[in-house]
Design a protein around this ligand. Structure first.
Ligand code: ADP
Length: 619
């Protein structure tokens, strides 16, 4: 299984490399610097953005205002020009001059005058002016378009004090804006002198009320007003501002105005204007104000106030948008910095973990290697010890067997000797046939001896350690052959039936023989104490395994010995007879063949040792 931490680290590294390859891995310090700059810059940039956007919007408003100003100015002037046409035309009218020149005919009640009143009335109605009227040389109104309007009629009023009338006395055109003395209705007065043979004989005046014009201005949405030379608002689409002043009026001027009754009893309060660099605050509200003096000698100035609320809202929106954009930028940067740091930390942690794990692995590897080396050393030692033991046991066995061997060999030796002695005698007697028989007997006996010593040699031989197919019958029989004399001497009855077909097991022939000898000798020893000595060796095949059992008719294995049977140096035999190594070595050898050795007491009496080995031809 792949270590998760290592995998993560690999992924991270791979990701980091990909990031770097893409050129998108921003240096961390730069990011932190940028973050700092942004944090400081945001409020500043926001304010500047708002200011700049506002400024731009105000500039635009000013441009729009100037356009409006031109428009409103033209409308105003055409209105005034239209009104002016009436006195211009009438002042040069012969009838007017006659009416004014002819003393006695200036009586408003006479027929000519009333006819003229009617003429003025129709003129006024058709031209849409407030009033058209005629003044005599003294400034009395002797005819007027509103002659029939009772108390509103101008006829009979004296306007000799009005500046516009005075101007006509001097032969000039008179213009004036004032609150009317009759209806208290403000209006614009234009007067023209009427010339008789001996100079100015009177004047024709027209009063224009600007309410329609003001209504027209209201449609545009801006505040529009006209101030006269002293800053007093005359015409405006904001009625409450009328007769308010933009600049404070001196006491002198105020008294002058009171005397002239130009504005009747109007208090002419200050409107409260604070002019800034861009904006003008009027009555508590900021506007973009554009002003333009009228191109005549009236001293009037037309003003347009542009509402800035919309522009301000737009500027703030844009400011907010900037803040949002910068916020987003900060967040992105923060994210990148944080991510970088996290990645860095994560990388560090992972690296640390990996190095820790690597160190742990190296340490445990070293431990394992040491352990394995030690085991191998111990095993080697054990193996050589085992080999030594095997040899020792074999030598012991050889020693023990030597008595039997001596008997085995002595017997043929004695026979050979007697045959040899006999042969000498028989030769002397010339019984050559009998000598030949004796010699062949001797040859047979030496062959038997050679077989015995050969088997001993084989027994003493060290094993090759290699596993090979070993014939079961052969191994058992050669072991039995080695012990045959001894068994016979002990009066042991052997029951051994070789398997019907040749059966091979995986083993080392020499060692298997040693194991068999061990089992057979133990059986022989166990039967020494009993009178009936039966030894049976059986071979059974179970699937791929071969069972070889060695059963004796001894007293069986003591219950307390059973558990320790295979322990090294466990023996119940008297000192000098048993080493207690036979079974432990045998078990070790059999395990080395991939087999097993077990001991049990047979229900029918005696002990039975079973050797289980792998069948060679089954593999
Ligand atoms: P040793 O033969 O030198 O005692 P072994 O390891 O071969 O050593 O045997 C250990 C012990 O097992 C013997 O001392 C004996 O008590 C017991 N034992 C072995 N074979 C038999 C058997 N066939 N019947 C009863 N006891 C046995």
């Amino acid at each position: 299984m792949v270590d998760r931490g290592v995998l993560e680290n690999v992924m991270l590294r791979r990701f980091g490399i990909a990031w770097r390859l893409a050129g998108r891995h921003p240096p961390r310090l730069l990011l932190i610097g940028l973050l700092g700059v942004l944090v400081i810059a945001v409020p500043w940039v926001t304010l500047r953005t708002i200011e700049w956007t506002e400024h731009q919007a105000y500039e635009q408003l000013a441009v729009q205002g100037r356009d409006r100003l031109t428009l409103y100015g033209v409308a105003l002037q055409s209105e005034l020009a239209r009104s002016r046409n009436i006195p211009v035309v009438l002042s040069s009218d012969r009838e007017v001059a006659e009416l004014l020149s002819d003393q006695g005919r200036d009586d408003p009640t006479n027929q000519h005058m009333i006819a003229f009143d009617r003429r003025l009335e129709s003129l006024s109605a058709s031209l849409g002016v407030a009033a058209v009227y005629m003044l005599n040389q003294q400034g009395d109104i002797i005819a007027s378009s509103n002659w029939q309007k009772g108390s509103e009629s101008f006829v009979g009023q004296h306007l000799g004090f009005r500046p516009y009338f005075r101007a006509t006395r001097d032969g000039r055109e008179g213009r004036y804006y004032a609150v009317g003395s009759t209806a208290r209705e403000p209006g614009y007065y234009i007067a023209m002198p009427v010339w008789g043979a001996a100079g100015v004989v009177g004047a024709i005046a027209v009063k224009t009320v600007m309410d329609e014009l003001e209504r027209g201005w209201s449609g545009g949405g801006e505040r529009v007003f006209v101030t006269e030379r002293n800053g007093i608002i005359l015409i405006t689409n904001t009625p409450q501002w009328r007769f308010r002043t933009l600049t404070p009026l001196s006491a002198e001027l105020r008294s002058e105005l009171r005397t002239s009754r130009q504005f009747g009893n109007e208090p002419l309060p200050l409107l409260g204007v604070t002019a800034g660099a861009v904006l003008t605050n009027i009555a508590g509200t900021d506007y973009v104000m554009v002003s333009q003096p009228l191109p005549d000698d009236s001293g009037w100035t037309l003003h347009v106030l542009m509402d800035i609320r919309e522009a301000q809202a737009r500027a703030h929106d844009r400011g907010l948008l900037t803040v949002a954009a910068m916020g987003l930028a900060i967040l992105v940067l923060y994210f990148l910095v944080h991510r970088g740091r996290m990645m860095h930390r994560h990388n560090k942690e992972l690296e640390q973990r990996v190095s820790e794990r690597t160190a742990a692995l190296v340490a445990s590897n070293r431990r394992l290697t040491d352990e394995v080396t030690e085991r191998m050393r111990v095993e080697d030692g054990l193996k050589s010890k085992q080999d030594e033991l095997v040899q020792a046991v074999k030598l012991a066995a050889l020693g023990q067997m030597s008595a039997g061997m001596a008997h085995e060999i002595n017997q043929p030796l004695a026979a050979i000797r007697s045959y040899a002695d006999n042969a000498v005698t028989l030769l002397r007697l010339g019984r050559h046939d009998t000598v030949r028989d004796n010699l062949s007997e001797i040859a047979g006996l030496t062959e038997r001896m050679a077989r015995i010593t050969g088997q001993l040699k084989q027994f003493a031989r060290k094993s090759s350690g290699e596993l090979e197919a070993v014939g079961v019958a052969h191994a058992i029989e050669s072991a039995l052959a080695l012990l045959a004399a001894s068994l016979r001497a002990d009066g042991v009855t052997l029951a051994w039936t070789p398997p019907a077909t040749e059966l091979c097991v995986l083993a080392d022939g020499v060692r298997l023989q040693q194991v068999m000898i061990n089992l057979l000798r133990n059986a022989q020893d166990a039967m020494r104490a009993v009178a009936e000595r039966r030894l049976s060796v059986e071979v059974a095949v179970d699937a791929g395994l071969v069972h070889i059992s060695v059963r004796d008719s001894g007293r069986g294995i003591a219950a307390d010995a059973m558990a320790q049977l295979f322990d090294p140096f466990f023996t119940t035999k008297p000192a000098g007879e048993g080493l207690g190594l036979g079974l432990s070595i045998s078990e070790g050898i059999v395990k080395g063949f991939g087999g097993g050795l077990s001991a049990a007491n047979h229900p029918g009496g005696g002990a039975v040792f079973t050797l289980i080995l792998r069948r060679a031809d089954a593999e």
